[in-house]
Ligand binder design. Sequence first.
Ligand code: ASP
Ligand code: MG
Length: 440
Amino acid sequence: MKVLKFGGTSVGSAARMKEVAKLITDGECKIVVLSAMSGTTNTLVEISDYLYKKNPEGANEIINKLESKYRQHIEELFATPEYKQKGRELIKSHFDYIRSYTKDLFTLFEEKVVLAQGELISTAMMNYYLQECGIKSVLLPALEYMRTDKNAEPDPVYIKEKLNVQLELHPDADIYITQGYICRNAYGEIDNLQRGGSDYTASLIGAAINASEIQIWTDIDGMHNNDPRIVDKTSPVRHLHFEEAAELAYFGAKILHPTCIQPAKYANIPVRLLNTMAPTAPGTLISNDTEKGKIKAVAAKENITAIKIKSSRMLLAHGFLRKVFEIFESYQTSIDMICTSEVGVSVSIDNVKHLNEILDDLKKYGTVTVDKDMCIICVVGDLEWENVGFEAKALDAMREIPVRMISFGGSNYNISFLIREEDKKAALQSLSNALFGEVQ
Ligand code: ASP
Ligand code: MG
């Protein structure tokens, strides 16, 4: 069985929901994971903000606006009086429920319940719509099987067991619809898998049922070998290794949530990225296969800060790096890139919340310099060290660009350059010409 996930924009209006319904009703039984309609989760966050600030009027105004949008969606989605009525009742019950939270104490727990309503509504709408079309559609309640443990990590054993119980309740279903993003935590409370977590849901379900494929449907045309907004002549990447996809997902390719990769990779289930707007396009297939000797893509991540710590005491000393890393750890700041020499170490970070404290602490160990407004350029592909020529080609493309750091050898799939943000466009274009200019 396949697992298909559709994001917020793919179900963002009644018309888009009908398109999705067409795509998923090809006679093959499948599990379909849906996000909330686009904008809904953000609006629910905004409502929660007002409630935290004890402003129920502010919250109610937004709740009413959102409810009237949904009423409109219902009128457009359903054709028969029976289902229009079911739809209206659905919307009323969820919004009355959200409104009930404007009256009492509002904490993190209540917020999680409010945030869960988006996916609960979108899936119930789709389920009714499919039923109205005569399809045997069944809702799988994510709150019955999706669960995190005490470390807030998904609990695969529980998920597998409870999901199978739900599936066995409806063996003759044509299609199963379920909520992305939402879950219960180790204490049984309603929780979620963090923003953008619907991709994660799809991947966890895929692993739990040993799916033949996980499909992530968005309104973008797969992964590209470079940023099409910046560089001319980009082309879609047809195939990626999971680790290549992981690098790209982190480096700004918004198309796939990075958490989604792990469960699918371990269960060895291919993930296919597809485009709702061009459903017959081949998309991008992510699997455990490596295409030998191929550079796949280039991506950039901005707002990076580089910090260099130079110390003559580092020469022949041990424990220096540990002391440096402990400082970053104590401020919960993760390091992206690192380069060392005998007398110094440079690291890059993207979270500068505690930059001043970190710099103060680092000064105990050496001379500290900071470069702001930097950008990481990451080249992804088969970059095993035994291969020859690829690093040289990438380096050669950077010939005219001042490079602050280079990182190679951290994985078999990546080489990264740290440059000034203002040089980003030139670097991406030059790499694109050098690496993808000729037909591969
Ligand atoms: N609706 C949730 C969000 O906007 C989850 C998702 O779309 O993946 O973050
Ligand atoms: Mg999303």
